[in-house]
Design a protein around this ligand. Structure first.
Ligand SMILES: [Zn+2]
Ligand SMILES: [Zn+2]
Ligand SMILES: [Zn+2]
Ligand SMILES: [Zn+2]
Ligand SMILES: [Zn+2]
Length: 464
């Protein structure tokens, strides 16, 4: 069913071997060897740790090699006979909603016993265990793992049959989520500079293709003329999260410029974007790197000014490529074509909430305000800034969310301010393509910038 189940190391390294690779984070997946992360021929044949019975290995060697790292946790959660810390789950978890608290309790109590926070991969052990997806039966020897995605397990009788059809919808996404995590753990996190953009700088404005995969497929299938633009599929999925940032912005701008008197995208020479609720993710140089793609799609755009604004920006990571003190060296980080055409991305950071920013700089008017994976509904501190976000009815407020239900609730929250919906919540065709495991699993898996919407203040009424 799926190709490329075991990407060969040298095959992957071939692409972008001159990039910087940051060390990757270890994750736990119930269907691959916990040490070497090898994809087994049959997930049901992995050997389990005899102590905790929670993690699995391809061989005795892998288990022995991993023991120094695993033994501390293993001793805390070991159980007699065929029991595991999940043996109670079938009885305790009556409803879907009970599952997440059950897992959280295990994490909390284990962390207390160990007297330290759990590592990410250790938390994963409690969040994505081998239990039946439906009834949470943890009697391991009887469980059957899906042999295509190695990610979900069912008790053999009714649940493996009953869930088969439903699981088919998500099976490939689980497979991809696992492959992307393995890729990062084995090879690291790619930090491409310049970014392998799917298209060079355009001469005339071309509408966006239908979706991210259409845009990336020539690169993945090696049909790109330039050797450097070829990508391994898994790498393309990993990088799509970054490419999703400029593309979500362009998608929104394309949608709203149809109805608006806004200058056509073809003629824009300078754009200023306020990225609000910005945090470490946006400070990572890759964000600014990837935003260069806006310069590629908009032929006359010379300068893209990005103002990162957010109370959670971290001072020790402050970016240096300041709008006021740009130096030649920083501009050279762009691709040759942008460099030769004098196109540049400039940025500045403000460690504050948005209403503080607009009070300090009332005359800094952006072309758009954007909140990536906004959390309007989950993060209470947004409320005080809503009015300043929609204060000027000529400035669109673009926001994205991880899931549909979250997007709907984010829209509901911003609608408490006096807004008009410019683009109703929709599935973002330029969301990240990399699936992430979701706990609790409400909607299968989640993606970066999965849903998108645009609002703006109603004429003359948005003011504070
Ligand atoms: Zn192994
Ligand atoms: Zn163990
Ligand atoms: Zn079951
Ligand atoms: Zn599957
Ligand atoms: Zn460029």
């Amino acid at each position: 069913m799926f190709d490329n189940q075991n990407p060969q190391e040298d095959e992957v390294k071939r692409v972008g071997s001159d990039w910087l690779w940051l060390s990757g984070m270890r994750r736990y997946h119930p269907g691959v060897c916990h040490k070497c992360l090898k994809w087994p021929k049959n997930v049901n044949n992995l050997k389990k740790c005899a102590g905790c019975k929670l993690i699995h290995y391809c061989s005795r060697e892998c288990q022995e090699e991993d023991w120094p790292t695993h033994k501390e946790l293993c001793r805390e959660v070991r159980a007699d006979g065929n029991q595991t810390v999940f043996s109670e789950a079938k009885l305790s978890v009556k409803k879907r909603e009970d599952w997440w608290p059950f897992c959280k309790d295990l994490i909390r109590s284990t962390s207390l016993q160990l007297g330290r926070e759990l590592e990410w991969f250790e938390r994963d052990i409690f969040l994505f265990p081998r239990v039946c997806e439906v009834c949470k039966d943890a009697h391991v020897p009887r469980l059957h793992g899906c042999r295509e995605c190695n990610s979900v397990f069912y008790c053999p009788a009714e649940h493996s049959v009953q869930e088969k059809e439903l699981h088919k919808q998500y099976c490939y996404s689980f497979f991809l989520a696992t492959q992307c995590d393995i890729f990062n753990a084995l090879h690291g996190i790619p930090y491409p500079q310049p970014f392998p953009f799917p298209t060079p700088v355009e001469e005339v404005y071309k509408s966006l293709p239908d979706n991210m995969l259409d845009l990336l497929s020539p690169q993945i299938e090696g049909k790109c003329s330039e050797e450097t633009l070829k990508l391994e599929p898994i790498l393309a999925f990993v990088l799509s999260d970054w490419l999703s940032l400029p593309l979500s912005f362009l998608f929104a701008m394309e949608k709203i410029s149809i109805n608006d008197e806004q200058e056509h995208l073809q003629n824009l020479r300078e754009i200023t974007i306020h990225v609000i609720g910005a945090a470490f993710r946006e400070q990572a140089g890759r964000f600014v790197n990837s935003m260069e793609y806006v310069l590629h799609r908009l032929p006359n755009l010379k300068s893209l000014n990005i103002i990162l604004i957010g109370p959670n920006l971290e001072t020790e990571f402050t970016l240096s490529n300041d709008i006021e003190n740009t130096n030649e060296e920083d501009i050279n980080k762009h691709c040759n074509e942008c460099h030769n055409k004098g196109k540049q991305v400039l940025y500045k950071e403000h460690h504050m909430v948005y209403h503080e920013y607009t009070e300090l700089y009332p005359n800094n008017k952006p072309n758009a305000i954007i909140a990536y994976n906004c959390g309007f509904s989950s993060c209470k501190s947004w409320v005080t800034s809503f009015n300043s976000m929609i204060h000027d009815s000529s400035i669109p407020l673009i926001f994205t969310s991880f899931t549909k239900s979250e997007a709907e609730s984010d829209l509901k929250h911003i609608q408490k301010a006096n807004v008009e919906v410019v683009l109703d919540i929709c599935k973002n065709p330029f969301s990240g393509q990399r699936p992430f495991r979701h706990t609790p699993r409400e909607e299968g898996l989640f993606y970066i910038n999965n849903y998108i919407g645009v609002v703006k203040g109603k004429n003359g009424k948005g003011a504070k």
